[in-house]
Design a protein around this ligand. Structure first.
Ligand code: ADP
Length: 582
């Protein structure tokens, strides 16, 4: 299940090769170029101050030992100044790098959200949305390390090492010869182990995502688990997921500890090499100064190698974030939108074929809904009714054929501006997601500027007037019953006064009286006379309210007609009705 959570973030999208995934996210820094440069400057200042400080101090100590001379006031002043500079630069770098990282993360979160919304609105509007969001956002959070600690540090330590090595080489090529192999191996290590690190990091993140999804599902389903006595089994599963995460994290840390030991060994070996070389060529206080310089410019390289390694473990997270950001749209934006026709709108599907990546769900649907008409779209479960609703709302585009909105002229929905389409066509499901906030806020989602009295009026019509006075909906609408949620869903759509209303089993959760109430609300709400309605339903009493019925079977509309005609003849509709509960 963890794999599916992880996979689905990127499903339907291009996943960049993990090796390039981190680099692929670097351009996000482009928008914060000034800040990135200042962060680099602070990191460089801090590292340079430290290298000069230790070199000068070592020279001072060397001079005191060899010449018996105490450092002069100028040297002491310079040392104090460097300590101060180092402290200030370190503080500034931490401050700037985190500020930069959090800004970048805030932007990434929005881009990931946009990508998810763009790529498959219907898919992410489903039950898994919370898991998807937490997996995607967890990945974004993990990248904080990369932006806050890796990038500036890497560049600064490269510059410091290059300068320090040049000085050492200028003094004596043997000194350079002593530090170069260590630096090379320090940088090479994380590069050679890149794949292994990525795999270990991916294992940890997969285990973490699986545990998170499992925990969310368990908490969501606590009532059922308690009721069916399944809590113990669930607890054992949670423990197993927790162990898997622990194992993955331990493996990563064990490896990390080994790598740290190797890095220390390389630095020490290089310093010993410098001491050996200096013993031959340098005299007096310059020998300890060279040693300190070597140590000073190798230490940041070792730190950067550690950061590079740790960042390597984030490749899987970066790949998923990159994939979500670069997701292709299920329904690409229109270049030059065509205006919507005025007045009542009809619908026309012509030869519509559609699949979700497998076999055809719709295989040539032809359907006309006249302006102002109510057509019931019926069919067995899985026949593709909701898919038709998704195509009308343009969550996806059809593989072949066209979906048109017809007024005084016909417009392909692909040629409409998104805002025009959303204003004209509202799709209401059976279980509309509710957001934390008051009921009025929930009703206003499609019409944020609707005045209070309109909200109250529509709530009243939908039978939730008594709930609207300031009641908070609570965590995902948990305080509302299924029937009340359906009423909120319908109220939300009616408040926006859409010209085309698609009701996808909206009243399925209501009893017969509730269903009749909502039918009345539909008829009484403003715009009812000209509103066009597609009614996806299975209950005969609901279907009967439609002006006309269209039966979907085998991916096509196989029968259309009025209730009396269809019930009066042998055919798909009669067969369907006999299989449906009254
Ligand atoms: P209906 O509303 O008539 O019950 P749907 O339109 O929901 O049917 O589904 C038609 C078919 O498409 C089903 O086989 C369903 O499993 C499949 N399907 C629906 N949504 C998706 C999706 N997001 N991804 C893949 N397959 C889907």
């Amino acid at each position: 299940m963890g794999a599916s959570v992880d996979g689905s973030v990127a499903s339907g999208t291009r996943t960049p090769a993990p090796a390039r995934a981190l680099r692929g996210l670097l351009p996000v820094l482009g928008a914060h170029r000034g800040m990135a440069v200042r962060t680099f400057g602070a990191a460089l200042g801090g590292q340079v101050a430290l290298v000069v400080l230790v070199t000068l101090a070592a020279h001072g100590v060397g001079a005191a030992v060899v010449d018996g001379a105490a450092p002069d006031a100028g040297t002491v002043g310079a040392l104090l100044g460097l300590v101060l500079l180092r402290s200030l630069a370190t503080w500034r770098e931490m401050d700037l790098s985190h500020d930069l990282a959090y800004r970048v993360l805030a932007e990434l979160r929005v881009r990931v959200f946009d990508g998810l919304a763009r790529s498959a609105p219907a898919r992410i509007a489903g039950r898994r949305s919370g898991d998807l969001a937490s997996a995607a956002l967890g990945d974004v959070e993990a990248l904080e390390f990369f932006y806050a600690h890796a990038v500036a540090q890497l560049l600064a330590s490269g510059a410091v090492f290059a300068t320090g090595a040049a000085v050492l080489g200028f003094v004596d090529p043997w000194l350079l010869g002593a530090v170069l192999p260590a630096a090379g191996l320090l940088v090479l290590g994380p590069l050679l182990d890149g794949r292994g690190r990525a795999a270990r990091g991916a294992r940890t993140r997969e285990a973490a995502a699986a545990l998170s999804a499992e925990t969310v599902e368990t908490v969501d389903g606590l009532r059922e688990l308690l009721a069916f006595g399944a809590l113990d089994r669930r607890r054992a599963r949670l423990r197993a997921y927790g162990r898997r995460l622990g194992d993955a994290q331990r493996a990563e840390h064990t490896w990390e500890a080994g790598a740290a030991a190797v890095r220390d060994l390389l630095v020490v070996a290089a310093v010993v090499g410098v001491v050996a070389a200096a013993a031959h060529t340098l005299s007096g206080p310059w020998a300890p100064a060279a040693m300190a310089l070597a140590l000073g410019c190798l230490a940041p390289v070792a730190d950067s190698a550690a950061a590079l390694g740790q960042a390597g473990g984030l490749r899987a997270a970066a790949a998923r974030v990159g994939a979500a950001i670069g997701a292709r749209a299920g329904a690409p934006a229109t270049g030059r939108p065509v205006p919507l026709p005025d007045g009542p709108l009809g619908l026309r599907l012509r030869g519509v074929r559609f699949d979700y990546g497998g076999t055809d769900v719709l295989a040539g649907v032809d359907l006309v809904v006249r302006p102002g008409e109510t057509v019931a779209l019926v069919g067995a479960s899985g026949a593709g009714k909701s898919t038709v609703a998704h195509l009308l709302a343009r969550f996806w585009d059809p593989g072949d054929g066209v979906v048109e909105i017809v007024g005084d002229h016909a417009v392909d929905v692909r040629h409409l501006a998104d805002t025009d389409l959303r204003r004209a066509v509202a799709v209401v499901g059976q279980d509309a997601p509710l957001f934390h906030g008051t009921l009025a806020e929930n009703l206003r989602i499609a019409a944020p500027d609707a005045p209070d009295e309109r909200v109250r009026e529509v709530a009243e019509l939908c039978g939730i007037g008594h709930l609207v006075s300031g009641l908070a909906v609570g965590e995902r609408g948990a305080t509302l019953s299924g029937g009340q949620r359906a009423r909120v869903a319908l109220g939300r759509a009616l408040l926006a006064e859409p010209r085309v209303l698609v009701l996808d089993e909206t009243t399925a959760n209501l009893d017969a009286a509730g269903e009749a109430d909502l039918a009345e609300a539909l008829a009484a709400a403003p715009g009812a006379e000209t509103r066009t309605t597609v009614l996806i339903a299975h209950r005969p009493s609901t279907i009967r309210r439609a002006d006309r019925i269209a039966v979907l079977d085998g991916g096509r509309v196989v029968q259309t007609g009025i209730w009396e005609a269809l019930t009066g003849e042998d055919g798909p509709f009669r067969t369907l009705l006999t299989r449906t509960e009254p």
